[in-house]
Design a protein around this ligand. Structure first.
Ligand SMILES: Nc1ncnc2c1ncn2[C@@H]1O[C@H](COP(=O)(O)OP(=O)(O)O)[C@@H](O)[C@H]1O
Ligand SMILES: [Mg+2]
Length: 281
């Protein structure tokens, strides 16, 4: 499976030296980003001075507990939210708005247009963004539906599909746009355990095929270890970078995966101890 160019990862999952030469320009450069929501009554700081760099073909995972600002970070990379502090650059250009160079796949099963078929959903995204038209769009859509094994269901409507199949359509739609980075916000979290595992395997197979760049959000430690080659561990609310780790070189190496899982557990647990101590002060 994913034994290919993971030379950039260290087998022991040790704290990160940059996975690529430090002077290589990252595809996505997030520097000291603070993200806030202003509501009538409150100013909510979702993330505080978060920095990370994603390089081409990285499977970069944002891992942290619920509410630590993972979705907010992803939305900001998507161009839907402007940092109050810091900067986000994609290919050395500051992100200011959404664009087809960043496609998002969400957790929800209702992200497809219900009145369009599977094929039409993928084609529509290509048309609407101006990426491709006519025959070229159909051919591209068919090629990506084939990659996710949905050719037979191209003419079905979303309501006829299972949750896993709908997610595969959403992934095919995102990948068909051939974005610079695919943004995935807990895309498998609402699936049953078996389907979830199957989808994780499928995603890794797709990556073996095309080496796309993905920024993947999860709160599951084992999913992070399985999917990512690099893992950014975020502290609880407001999200700050706790550590940046390389994942295991070979996902089949269960001993290494267990060691890394324990290490991440310890890091999260040490946070909890600090919090409890603070409560008793
Ligand atoms: N639209 C919003 N308005 C105000 N606060 C929000 C909004 N969306 C998220 N938040 C808050 O920002 C913090 C981070 O949320 P989120 O990015 O969704 O976390 P995660 O995805 O890690 O669970 C949370 O405290 C959440 O309540
Ligand atoms: Mg979220």
């Amino acid at each position: 499976m994913t034994t290919s160019p993971l030379a950039i990862s260290r087998a022991d999952g040790g704290a990160a030296p940059a996975s690529t030469a430090p002077d290589a320009t990252p595809l996505l450069d997030v520097r000291n980003v603070t993200l806030q929501y202003k509501t009538k009554a409150h100013l909510v700081t979702a993330t505080y001075r978060v920095s990370f760099q994603v390089h081409r073909s990285d499977r970069f995972v944002l891992l942290g507990p619920s509410g630590c600002g993972k979705s907010t970070l992803l939305k900001a990379v998507g161009g839907y939210l402007t940092p109050t502090e810091g900067e986000m650059r994609l290919k050395e250009r500051t992100i200011t708005r959404p664009g087809p160079d960043r496609m998002m796949v969400f957790q929800e099963f209702d992200q497809l247009l219900p009145w369009k078929t599977v094929l039409q959903n993928v084609v529509f995204a290509l048309h609407a963004s101006g990426r491709l038209r006519g025959r070229a769009a159909t051919d591209r859509a068919c090629a990506y539906l084939d990659k996710v094994n949905l050719t037979k269901l191209a003419d079905s409507y979303p309501h006829m599909l299972s949750g896993g199949m709908k997610q595969r359509v959403a992934i095919a739609r995102g990948m068909a746009m051939e974005p610079d980075v695919l943004l995935m916000d807990e895309p498998f979290a609402a699936l049953d355990a078996l389907t979830r595992r199957k989808m994780q395997d499928e995603l890794l197979r797709l990556w073996d095929d095309t080496h796309f760049t993905v920024l993947f959000v999860t709160h599951s430690i084992d999913e992070a270890i399985k999917i990512g080659n690099r893992i950014l561990l975020l502290s609880p609310h407001p999200g700050q970078v706790k550590a940046e780790l390389n994942s295991v070189a070979d996902p089949a190496d269960l001993a290494a995966a267990t060691r890394l899982e324990q290490k991440i557990h310890r890091m999260l647990f040490s946070d909890r101890v600090e919090e409890e101590e603070r409560v008793h002060e």
